[in-house]
Ligand binder design. Structure first.
Ligand SMILES: Cc1cc2nc3c(=O)[nH]c(=O)nc-3n(C[C@H](O)[C@H](O)[C@H](O)COP(=O)(O)O)c2cc1C
Length: 190
């Protein structure tokens, strides 16, 4: 089973990365390897709305997003992990998502969904916010849902944690790491 994970946090060793690592431990238990894309380290331009993908479903911008297009197309499981920034996903995550407009054209204009493999396609959304306000989860969840459906992932689970602000604060949460581990296990359970 092919699992792909997108890390949207710029903070090395931060809460999102720690949470994602636990989910990956749960996944690796099943023998599946996880390909991780650290979006902050990649050269990805924002979508230019140039219309270049309208008729082909292929983006004409040449950058490291090409690795991601290929990974998304061939994955059975996709994880999106992001901190909440200004009540939404991080810019790193959103930039990658906007470039999936090429998949939107393929699916909704050309009427070609990404074929599901033998395990189906499922997603996992991991969110961490420093504030108590639920609106950050709501807005991030809306964007992530539209991302997942666009890339033909019909179902996903969301794990979100609020009031986790300082670097590493997630380690002190009583259940977060365990929940992430279990979510990883469940994601690849067939
Ligand atoms: C630019 C920026 C904007 C933020 N905006 C929010 C916000 O709107 N809501 C929230 O709950 N936390 C917000 N936070 C706090 C982060 O979500 C929090 O510190 C989180 O633990 C960071 O995760 P990380 O360690 O993986 O980077 C913001 C932090 C930064 C740096």
């Amino acid at each position: 089973m092919k699992v792909v994970a997108f890390l949207g946090s710029p903070r090395k060793g931060g809460n999102t990365e720690l949470l994602l690592s636990e989910a990956i431990k749960g996944i690796e238990l099943s023998g599946s390897a996880v390909e991780i894309f650290n979006l902050n380290l990649m050269k990805i331009s924002p979508c230019q709305d140039c219309g270049g993908c309208d008729e082909t479903g292929k983006c004409i911008v040449e950058d490291e997003m090409s690795q991601i297009y290929n990974a998304i197309r061939t994955a059975d499981r996709i994880i999106l992990a992001s901190p909440i920034f200004f009540f939404g996903l991080s810019a790193q995550a959103k930039m990658m998502i906007d470039r999936c407009q090429a998949f939107w054209c393929e699916k909704y204009l050309l009427k070609k969904s990404i074929p599901e493999g033998r395990y189906g396609r499922k997603g996992l959304l991991l969110l961490v916010g420093g504030m108590e306000k639920e609106v950050g989860i709501k807005c991030s969840e809306a964007t992530a849902k539209s991302f997942f459906r666009t890339i033909s992932v019909p179902e996903h689970k969301t794990l979100s944690f609020l009031s986790i602000d300082a670097k590493g604060a997630i380690l002190k949460h009583s259940t977060a790491l365990k929940e992430a581990y279990e979510a990883g296990k469940e994601l690849v359970n067939i």
